[in-house]
Design a protein around this ligand. Sequence first.
Ligand SMILES: *Cc1c(COP(=O)(O)O)cnc(C)c1O
Length: 347
Amino acid sequence: MDVRDLQRENIKTLRPYSTARDEFKGQASVYLDANENSFGSPLPANYNRYPDPLQLDLKEAISKIKGVPIENTFLGNGSDEAIDLLFRAFCNPGKDNVIILPPTYGMYEVSANINDVAIKKVNLLPNFQLDLEKIAEAIDSNTKIIFICSPNNPTGNSLNRSDIETILANFNGLVVIDEAYINFARQKTFIQELTEYANLVVLQTFSKAWGLAALRLGMAFSSTPIIDILNKVKPPYNINQATQDLAFAALQNIQQVNDWIKLTVSERDRLSNALGRLPKVKQVYPSDANFILVAIENAHEVYNQLVDEGIIVRDRSKVTLCEDCLRITIGTVEENNLLLNTLDQLS
Ligand SMILES: *Cc1c(COP(=O)(O)O)cnc(C)c1O
């Protein structure tokens, strides 16, 4: 399979926008080519120049941590932008379809709807693992992408590695593995498999473990043909200079992030055990993420009672396979204690 054959015909023949920075790449002392403000910015730092469209300095720093070459790395305005670009580059509206595996992250469906791309839903099994037989049945000649979220949102579990490998080896379209929560998981990343499968796209993000949700920075790792296609389709300056600078600085502070990951995981264990002891709690699902899915009697009512106490969790009680469930993000030690005390006192 040549993954380039998967792209839309109009993308294959597209001539991308050529920026001033693309046309002249060397060093010069006077830049009069991009209609910027030559005097500066009304800020302590200068933002008057357009940012690097390919974010090479930032990618270099990410590459040192992830071990993925720059040419296999795409950066998006959140992973949500990468998801949208995959639809726009590979899925013909009104013709192609993608497979999603509910209960899962909501953006795959929203992005498909925006792009007028049909969705086939194959529910996870009751143990929240992949239903390989039904997935195989759902695939047809117009199926372009299968979205696999692992660890999965909102269930929290990792999907079995061998099941994912079965799909990677047998599906002739793109397999997107969304690893937004991989830093909290016992299972290892699929990044190592990139050299094995040209149709694999691994999504990661700075929004969760890295504590930079407001900067909007997501990563897609894949084979060079797919990265080249994403770069061709993306808005030229999709990652702004402030985000590039701040993310670069954050990457020098990995020890802080690793400490928070350890604390999150230990709080996840403590919170899981304590929730399991509450009489109203029917089930605490095992989590590989920074949140816990909890089945609780009258979940919707409990949600409202928590809101009244100023504590907001995610009501997932109407979601397929998550009936009567709340999704609870791991907070600080104090926040988790407050949650536990409040739940304990609810009638
Ligand atoms: C939070 C989350 C993301 C992150 O999206 P960003 O656009 O990078 O903030 C991606 N996938 C899943 C499953 C998530 O839960």
